[in-house]
Design a protein around this ligand. Sequence first.
Ligand code: NAD
Length: 505
Amino acid sequence: MTAPATQTHSLLERLGVPAEALRGGPLAVRSPIDGSALAQLPVHTADDVSRMVGEAQSAFLAWRSVPAPRRGELIRLLGEELRAEKEALGALVSLEAGKILTEGLGEVQEMIDICDFAVGLSRQLHGLTIASERPGHRMMESWHPLGVVGVISAFNFPAAVWSWNFALAIVCGDAVVWKPSEKTPLTALACQALFERAARRFGAQAPAGLSCVAIGLRDIGEAIVDDARVALLSATGSTRMGREVGPRVAQRFGRCLLELGGNNAVVVTPSADLDLAVRGILFAAAGTAGQRCTTTRRLIVHESVRETLVARLRKAYEKLPIGDPREPGTLVGPLIDRAAFEAMQSALGAAAQEGGKVHGGERALAEAWPDAYYVRPAIVEMPSQTATVRHETFAPILYVMGYERFEDAIAMHNDVPQGLSSAVFGNDLRETEQFLSAAGSDCGIANVNIGTSGAEIGGAFGGEKETGGGRESGSDAWRNYMRRATNTINYSRSLPLAQGVRFDV
Ligand code: NAD
């Protein structure tokens, strides 16, 4: 396999990121594949961020008056650029985030899908008409562009999360300032280069400043968070980050869209098709090396099938090919860095202390790549849902707990601080429908007979409780990026007041 740095540089050149942008700054970018250096990037300052937000604000003032279907045309062109460079951008995601190639390509496909969705949406940004109590009056809602949208994103979806926000924000008439994860800034530079290609083809109607990328650490995120000109802050990352960011944005009465950590569970009932369950759990728990917000981290299984299911999962786990994510046969790539590996080991240690029986979890391939962190995904049989289980560890650990009564399974399922994704496997309609009901799963995503991860863009994506409450992507998530005005129009010759109030002189 080609050295990651060599391959990265040629991909970036192809995608339109100049080589000089990759040298001479303090931010070291490494590939999790072998720990080698990919680039030394210059970082922005708080003053740079302020300037970018100013440019984005000016861009917004022009862009908001461009008709929405015309704004959709710009996103259609971005979708074309992404289609043309799907292979290159997908490979770059693999190199920088360590995902297996098919998932890197899947991430770019998701970007193409949201562009298509946003193009259609650009002709459907509709409000309601509402019956007025007054004769000769009409009420309606208008949706208007919001302003500058700040996007802060996590390392594990280095491109798709931006596109979910960006495609909708642009058709909604907003401008975007993006602060990508400091672990995956190269993918962000490539996305910006592809957008600039699309903007050049679109022509002068796309103002400069419509899309800005701010490279740096947490302090650069904070500069966006605290800027009162940022009308909506959309932040994806850990619950710790959301806890810091949420109150700061609220302090200045800004809007926040938070997409934070998950602690997703699969419930397997006695009527489940175990073949489906094994396949569904395997991808959702061990895929992406456990580094998806929707990764299955808890398995709540009926005691009557527990032993069989765990035995089958253990067998499947032993066969998982671990290695260079660019190799076609690999299913489990590396963890993002040493800190992720240490967090995993410490969670496994704590779970063992709490009575857990650990299978797997060891470091792999350390001799071949001493500076990279590959692990064998772990299954941990727990006596109960302990403090360690209730915490999100961003690594491939599947905690298994048994249950006797379905009501207890639902109670255990909901008894964690997070509320992102969930699934039940079963063919008993009473149980699966109960899981989806008001008294069932308390998550933003609840599935039947498929795993917790791998959402499509057509639905709204996000979760409750410590996951932050935000919704992105499909359904009516576009409303986050617009402001609503309620209009009352009087087409009569009199002026009746609402609620029968009289005010005659
Ligand atoms: P992280 O919280 O460490 O960092 C995320 C981003 O926030 C980075 O760009 C970082 O620089 C920035 N940041 C951190 N602290 C900040 C602060 N105080 N102010 C402003 N910006 C700040 O997360 P990570 O390790 O990159 O990603 C993993 C986490 O993200 C997991 O918890 C995962 O569940 C979550 N995640 C959630 C979703 C979702 O849609 N719910 C999607 C992907 C990842």
